[in-house]
Design a protein around this ligand. Structure first.
Ligand SMILES: Nc1nc2c(ncn2[C@@H]2O[C@H](COP(=O)(O)OP(=O)(O)OP(=O)(O)O)[C@@H](O)[C@H]2O)c(=O)[nH]1
Ligand SMILES: [Mg+2]
Length: 234
Protein backbone atom coordinates (compact mmCIF):
# COMPACT_ATOMS: atom_id res chain seq x y z
CA UNK A 1 0.00 0.00 0.00
CA UNK A 2 1.17 3.52 -0.71
CA UNK A 3 1.16 6.41 1.77
CA UNK A 4 -1.81 7.72 -0.25
CA UNK A 5 -3.77 4.53 0.58
CA UNK A 6 -2.76 4.82 4.24
CA UNK A 7 -3.90 8.45 4.25
CA UNK A 8 -7.37 7.39 3.07
CA UNK A 9 -7.67 5.15 6.12
CA UNK A 10 -6.14 7.73 8.44
CA UNK A 11 -8.74 10.27 7.25
CA UNK A 12 -11.39 8.02 8.78
CA UNK A 13 -9.93 8.43 12.27
CA UNK A 14 -12.55 8.91 14.95
CA UNK A 15 -12.42 10.08 18.53
CA UNK A 16 -12.68 7.08 20.87
CA UNK A 17 -12.34 8.36 24.42
CA UNK A 18 -10.52 10.68 26.80
CA UNK A 19 -8.99 9.11 29.86
CA UNK A 20 -7.76 11.06 32.90
CA UNK A 21 -5.38 8.22 33.78
CA UNK A 22 -3.87 5.24 31.98
CA UNK A 23 -5.90 2.91 34.21
CA UNK A 24 -8.92 3.98 32.16
CA UNK A 25 -7.32 3.22 28.78
CA UNK A 26 -9.17 1.11 26.21
CA UNK A 27 -8.40 -2.64 26.23
CA UNK A 28 -4.77 -3.38 25.52
CA UNK A 29 -5.32 -5.14 22.17
CA UNK A 30 -4.39 -4.40 18.57
CA UNK A 31 -1.90 -1.65 17.74
CA UNK A 32 -1.42 1.76 19.26
CA UNK A 33 0.88 4.68 18.38
CA UNK A 34 1.46 7.46 20.92
CA UNK A 35 2.06 11.12 19.99
CA UNK A 36 4.15 12.84 22.64
CA UNK A 37 6.03 16.06 23.08
CA UNK A 38 6.49 19.15 25.14
CA UNK A 39 3.49 21.31 25.70
CA UNK A 40 2.81 23.45 22.62
CA UNK A 41 5.03 21.26 20.37
CA UNK A 42 2.18 20.85 17.88
CA UNK A 43 0.86 17.37 18.78
CA UNK A 44 -2.82 18.14 18.32
CA UNK A 45 -2.15 20.12 15.14
CA UNK A 46 -0.19 17.17 13.70
CA UNK A 47 -3.03 14.76 14.50
CA UNK A 48 -5.58 17.11 12.94
CA UNK A 49 -3.42 17.50 9.83
CA UNK A 50 -2.74 13.83 9.26
CA UNK A 51 -6.40 12.90 9.84
CA UNK A 52 -7.55 15.80 7.62
CA UNK A 53 -9.97 16.99 10.27
CA UNK A 54 -10.14 20.41 11.73
CA UNK A 55 -10.74 19.79 15.42
CA UNK A 56 -10.39 16.08 16.02
CA UNK A 57 -7.67 16.76 18.55
CA UNK A 58 -7.95 20.19 20.09
CA UNK A 59 -5.20 22.61 19.36
CA UNK A 60 -4.86 25.87 21.14
CA UNK A 61 -2.56 28.78 21.77
CA UNK A 62 -2.65 28.05 25.51
CA UNK A 63 0.12 25.61 26.39
CA UNK A 64 -0.83 22.62 28.52
CA UNK A 65 -4.41 22.59 27.36
CA UNK A 66 -4.54 18.87 26.60
CA UNK A 67 -4.67 17.34 30.08
CA UNK A 68 -6.43 14.11 29.20
CA UNK A 69 -5.07 11.16 27.28
CA UNK A 70 -7.09 11.17 24.07
CA UNK A 71 -7.59 7.96 22.11
CA UNK A 72 -8.59 7.84 18.45
CA UNK A 73 -9.39 4.85 16.27
CA UNK A 74 -7.89 4.77 12.79
CA UNK A 75 -10.52 3.09 10.60
CA UNK A 76 -10.64 0.16 13.04
CA UNK A 77 -10.74 -0.21 16.86
CA UNK A 78 -7.56 -2.26 16.68
CA UNK A 79 -5.54 0.63 15.25
CA UNK A 80 -5.32 3.59 17.59
CA UNK A 81 -3.58 6.94 17.87
CA UNK A 82 -3.04 8.42 21.34
CA UNK A 83 -2.56 12.15 21.97
CA UNK A 84 -0.58 12.25 25.21
CA UNK A 85 -0.69 15.28 27.50
CA UNK A 86 2.12 17.71 26.77
CA UNK A 87 4.92 17.84 29.32
CA UNK A 88 7.25 20.58 30.45
CA UNK A 89 4.55 23.14 31.13
CA UNK A 90 5.94 25.26 33.95
CA UNK A 91 2.60 26.16 35.55
CA UNK A 92 1.71 22.54 36.35
CA UNK A 93 2.24 21.80 40.08
CA UNK A 94 5.27 19.63 40.87
CA UNK A 95 3.16 16.85 42.43
CA UNK A 96 1.10 16.59 39.22
CA UNK A 97 4.27 16.45 37.13
CA UNK A 98 5.66 13.58 39.18
CA UNK A 99 2.37 11.69 38.97
CA UNK A 100 2.34 12.09 35.17
CA UNK A 101 5.94 11.05 34.78
CA UNK A 102 5.27 7.81 36.63
CA UNK A 103 2.19 7.16 34.52
CA UNK A 104 3.98 7.91 31.25
CA UNK A 105 6.85 5.63 32.13
CA UNK A 106 4.50 2.78 33.01
CA UNK A 107 2.50 3.31 29.83
CA UNK A 108 5.55 3.42 27.54
CA UNK A 109 7.24 0.44 29.13
CA UNK A 110 4.33 -1.90 29.73
CA UNK A 111 1.52 -1.17 27.25
CA UNK A 112 1.45 -4.27 25.04
CA UNK A 113 -0.44 -2.73 22.13
CA UNK A 114 1.92 0.25 21.93
CA UNK A 115 4.03 -0.27 18.79
CA UNK A 116 5.71 3.10 18.33
CA UNK A 117 6.25 6.58 19.65
CA UNK A 118 5.91 9.72 17.53
CA UNK A 119 7.93 12.34 19.40
CA UNK A 120 7.31 15.91 18.38
CA UNK A 121 9.58 18.83 19.01
CA UNK A 122 9.45 22.39 17.74
CA UNK A 123 12.15 22.66 15.05
CA UNK A 124 13.49 25.78 16.79
CA UNK A 125 14.19 23.89 20.04
CA UNK A 126 16.60 20.98 20.57
CA UNK A 127 15.43 17.88 22.43
CA UNK A 128 15.24 18.77 26.10
CA UNK A 129 15.66 16.76 29.28
CA UNK A 130 12.16 15.34 29.37
CA UNK A 131 12.21 14.49 25.66
CA UNK A 132 15.29 12.41 26.35
CA UNK A 133 13.54 10.85 29.33
CA UNK A 134 10.68 9.79 27.03
CA UNK A 135 13.19 8.37 24.57
CA UNK A 136 14.85 6.32 27.31
CA UNK A 137 11.49 4.88 28.34
CA UNK A 138 10.70 4.10 24.70
CA UNK A 139 14.01 2.26 24.53
CA UNK A 140 13.20 0.37 27.74
CA UNK A 141 9.85 -0.59 26.21
CA UNK A 142 11.52 -1.70 22.96
CA UNK A 143 9.62 0.94 20.95
CA UNK A 144 10.80 2.46 17.70
CA UNK A 145 10.67 6.27 17.69
CA UNK A 146 9.70 8.60 14.85
CA UNK A 147 10.66 12.21 15.50
CA UNK A 148 8.77 15.10 13.92
CA UNK A 149 10.47 18.46 13.81
CA UNK A 150 7.28 20.49 13.92
CA UNK A 151 6.51 24.03 12.76
CA UNK A 152 9.17 23.57 10.03
CA UNK A 153 7.60 26.56 8.25
CA UNK A 154 9.16 28.79 10.92
CA UNK A 155 12.65 28.23 9.43
CA UNK A 156 14.21 28.60 5.98
CA UNK A 157 15.56 25.52 4.12
CA UNK A 158 19.14 25.88 5.32
CA UNK A 159 18.16 26.25 8.96
CA UNK A 160 15.73 23.31 8.63
CA UNK A 161 18.57 21.09 7.39
CA UNK A 162 20.85 22.22 10.20
CA UNK A 163 18.15 21.44 12.80
CA UNK A 164 17.55 18.03 11.23
CA UNK A 165 21.26 17.19 11.41
CA UNK A 166 21.65 18.45 14.97
CA UNK A 167 18.65 16.46 16.22
CA UNK A 168 19.86 13.34 14.38
CA UNK A 169 23.14 13.63 16.25
CA UNK A 170 21.29 13.95 19.57
CA UNK A 171 19.26 10.84 18.76
CA UNK A 172 22.24 8.79 17.59
CA UNK A 173 23.91 9.45 20.92
CA UNK A 174 20.94 7.78 22.65
CA UNK A 175 21.48 4.55 20.71
CA UNK A 176 17.89 3.65 19.88
CA UNK A 177 16.00 2.87 16.67
CA UNK A 178 14.67 6.12 15.25
CA UNK A 179 13.59 7.93 12.12
CA UNK A 180 13.14 11.66 11.76
CA UNK A 181 11.40 14.12 9.43
CA UNK A 182 10.35 17.72 9.03
CA UNK A 183 6.68 18.50 9.58
CA UNK A 184 4.46 21.52 9.15
CA UNK A 185 0.77 21.48 9.99
CA UNK A 186 0.53 24.96 8.50
CA UNK A 187 2.04 24.03 5.12
CA UNK A 188 0.87 20.38 5.19
CA UNK A 189 4.48 19.33 4.83
CA UNK A 190 5.65 15.83 5.75
CA UNK A 191 2.14 14.37 5.78
CA UNK A 192 2.92 11.45 3.44
CA UNK A 193 6.07 10.47 5.32
CA UNK A 194 4.16 10.37 8.58
CA UNK A 195 1.29 8.42 6.96
CA UNK A 196 3.76 5.80 5.74
CA UNK A 197 5.16 5.34 9.26
CA UNK A 198 1.70 5.10 10.85
CA UNK A 199 0.50 2.75 8.10
CA UNK A 200 3.40 0.46 8.81
CA UNK A 201 3.24 0.59 12.62
CA UNK A 202 -0.56 0.27 12.81
CA UNK A 203 -0.63 -2.52 10.20
CA UNK A 204 -3.15 -0.52 8.20
CA UNK A 205 -2.58 -2.63 5.10
CA UNK A 206 -3.96 -5.62 7.02
CA UNK A 207 -7.23 -3.94 7.99
CA UNK A 208 -10.03 -4.76 5.62
CA UNK A 209 -10.97 -1.73 3.62
CA UNK A 210 -14.69 -2.03 4.34
CA UNK A 211 -15.07 1.57 5.39
CA UNK A 212 -12.41 2.96 3.09
CA UNK A 213 -14.98 4.35 0.70
CA UNK A 214 -14.73 7.56 -1.23
CA UNK A 215 -17.91 8.77 0.43
CA UNK A 216 -16.27 8.78 3.85
CA UNK A 217 -13.12 10.35 2.45
CA UNK A 218 -15.33 13.09 1.03
CA UNK A 219 -16.90 13.62 4.47
CA UNK A 220 -13.46 14.11 5.97
CA UNK A 221 -12.64 16.64 3.26
CA UNK A 222 -15.89 18.47 3.97
CA UNK A 223 -15.16 18.67 7.68
CA UNK A 224 -11.72 20.02 6.89
CA UNK A 225 -13.34 22.83 4.92
CA UNK A 226 -15.20 23.71 8.10
CA UNK A 227 -18.59 22.77 6.66
CA UNK A 228 -18.88 19.78 8.96
CA UNK A 229 -16.49 20.33 11.82
CA UNK A 230 -15.75 17.31 13.97
CA UNK A 231 -16.00 18.29 17.62
CA UNK A 232 -16.22 14.92 19.35
CA UNK A 233 -13.50 16.05 21.72
CA UNK A 234 -15.31 19.11 23.06
N1 LIG B 1 3.60 28.03 12.30
C1 LIG B 1 3.11 26.89 12.76
N2 LIG B 1 2.44 26.85 13.93
C2 LIG B 1 1.98 25.66 14.39
C3 LIG B 1 2.18 24.45 13.65
N3 LIG B 1 1.64 23.44 14.37
C4 LIG B 1 1.11 23.98 15.48
N4 LIG B 1 1.31 25.32 15.51
C5 LIG B 1 0.85 26.26 16.56
O1 LIG B 1 1.46 25.92 17.80
C6 LIG B 1 0.53 26.06 18.88
C7 LIG B 1 0.40 24.76 19.65
O2 LIG B 1 -0.13 23.75 18.81
P1 LIG B 1 -0.90 22.48 19.40
O3 LIG B 1 -1.14 21.56 18.25
O4 LIG B 1 -2.06 22.88 20.22
O5 LIG B 1 0.23 21.88 20.36
P2 LIG B 1 0.11 20.68 21.41
O6 LIG B 1 1.45 20.02 21.40
O7 LIG B 1 -1.07 19.82 21.12
O8 LIG B 1 -0.07 21.49 22.78
P3 LIG B 1 -0.63 20.94 24.19
O9 LIG B 1 -1.79 20.03 23.90
O10 LIG B 1 -0.99 22.16 24.89
O11 LIG B 1 0.50 20.23 24.83
C8 LIG B 1 -0.79 26.52 18.26
O12 LIG B 1 -0.85 27.93 18.36
C9 LIG B 1 -0.66 26.09 16.81
O13 LIG B 1 -1.39 26.91 15.92
C10 LIG B 1 2.89 24.54 12.39
O14 LIG B 1 3.11 23.57 11.66
N5 LIG B 1 3.32 25.77 12.00
MG1 LIG C 1 -2.67 19.24 22.31
Amino acid sequence: MTSQDFLKKIHQTQFLLSAPTFKLCPADTGYEVAFAGRSNAGKSSAINTITHQKQLARSSKTPGRTQMINFFTVSDENARIVDLPGYGYAAVPESMKIKWQKELEEYLVSRQSLVGLVLMTDIRHPLKYFDEQMLHWAKDGGLPVHVLLTKADKLKRGAQKAALLATKKQLEALDLPFSIQLFSALKKEGVHDLAAVLGDWLHLSELDGNIATDAIADDAAASFDGTQAVTAND
